[in-house]
Design a binder for this molecule. Structure first.
Ligand code: KG4
Ligand code: ZN
Length: 365
């Protein structure tokens, strides 16, 4: 088909270096020809969090090999690429800069269009790539660095209904795991422990549930867990296996309650504006959590709202979502030139007030 294009996407805004090749007709469905992600978990592990300078250097080293791998996997060469899409923010500035410079070099060398993409738009548009979901829909982005409700009206048109004012939920899972001596990433290890725990033994706080609106807070939960752990250690000289499982179950239940109730409220607002064939889409690493997914599914079933969650490999940071967001921008004539800048902050909804929290992985919105 003549109006089909092949687009290379690059992602380097946090601790994953990624390249992907997509083919499709802009504005319609696209096929993922390849998607390569090189993580940096081991590089940052000794520091207990992402170190921006280490991340930037690793991106600069890995970007070209990721591009090469993505092309090989797609059985294509650089000459087959019709446009380059790149994350231009928000994120850790050194990493974003590495990606933008690489994309500029490729676009200039190949003489093809350059398209700067908002990383959050990449996540928020993923349900269109994976399930062909039509606009509008409500999106819950929930990961180690993001937590917000967005109404997606169009490829570059979003309304934020609320978000975390401090930590992201993934960050809370990771901190809880660290406090209990469980391996990172904390999400899967806390979820596994929680399976055998008694969620009712400890009643952890449900921050901001008593307040109207869709804003959330997770940092107080971590403090409550620290206190409970210290109290148990002081009383019994250590943590028993059951203590750990019960803390994990109690913590997870609190996160499920907060996310479910805030989703119910966000859907209430959304349904008033868009009552026809509503859909809730969820993305981000935390969407892998079975209890959270079940909580969200229950809310959607109660309100007669369709629920969709992309496969995990496309929920977490990747370049296929960036290439797809680039394709959506391409369809509406979106193009950048060599003046494209890397932006550490870049809210999807420019009219919404800034959220207070930045999260472990840097300021996002
Ligand atoms: O989307 P992601 O790969 O990266 C960003 O944060 O951008 O999300 C990673 C986060 C980590 O904090 C990890 O602990 C959390 O997602 N996560 C989970 C689960 N699997 C990963 N949280 C809860 N339950 C899980 N099963
Ligand atoms: Zn992300």
């Amino acid at each position: 088909m003549s109006d089909q294009i092949t687009l290379l996407g690059l992602e380097s805004s946090c601790d994953d270096t990624a390249a992907a090749v997509l083919r499709g007709v802009p504005g319609q469905r696209a096929e993922i020809l390849s998607s390569v992600v090189a993580g940096q978990t081991e590089l940052h592990a000794p520091f207990g969090g992402v170190v921006p300078e280490i991340a930037a250097r690793a991106h600069a080293e890995k970007l070209d090999t990721c591009v090469e791998e993505a092309l090989t996997e797609a059985a294509l060469s650089l000459n087959d690429i019709d446009a380059i899409a790149v994350t231009a923010g928000p994120g850790l500035i050194g990493g974003v800069l590495s990606g933008v410079m690489c994309a500029k070099g490729l676009a200039l060398g190949l003489g093809v269009p350059l398209i700067g993409v908002n990383h959050l738009a990449g996540h928020a548009l993923t349900p269109r790539l994976t399930d062909g979901v039509d606009f509008p829909y409500l999106m819950l982005l929930v990961s180690g660095g993001h937590c917000q409700f967005l109404i997606a009206h169009g490829p570059e048109e979003f309304t934020r209904l609320g978000g975390t004012i401090d930590d992201a939920p993934g960050e809370a899972f990771d901190k809880t795991a660290r406090l209990l001596g469980l391996p990172q990433p904390g999400g899967p290890s806390v979820e596994a422990e929680a399976r055998t725990g008694d969620a009712k033994r400890f009643r952890f706080p449900r921050p901001l549930l008593d307040r109207d609106g869709c804003d959330m807070s997770f940092s107080g939960l971590k403090t409550a867990i620290l206190r409970t752990r210290d109290q148990l250690v002081a009383e019994h000289g250590g943590l028993h296996v059951t203590d750990r499982a019960d803390i994990c179950a109690g913590f997870q239940a609190a996160v499920v309650d907060v996310l479910s109730e805030k989703t119910r409220r966000a859907l209430g607002v959304y349904l008033q504006i868009n009552p026809d064939s509503p859909t809730l889409a969820v993305a981000g690493g935390v969407a892998a959590n079975g209890a959270i997914r079940a909580g969200l599914e229950t809310v959607c079933a109660d309100l007669d709202v369709a629920f969709t969650a992309p496969p995990l490999s496309l929920c977490t940071d990747n370049a296929a979502m960036i290439a797809y967001a680039g394709m959506e921008r391409f369809a509406t004539g979106g193009r950048d030139d060599m003046t494209l800048v890397a932006r550490p902050r870049w809210p999807l909804d420019q009219s919404a007030p800034a959220l207070l929290g930045g999260g472990r992985k840097g300021a996002k919105a």
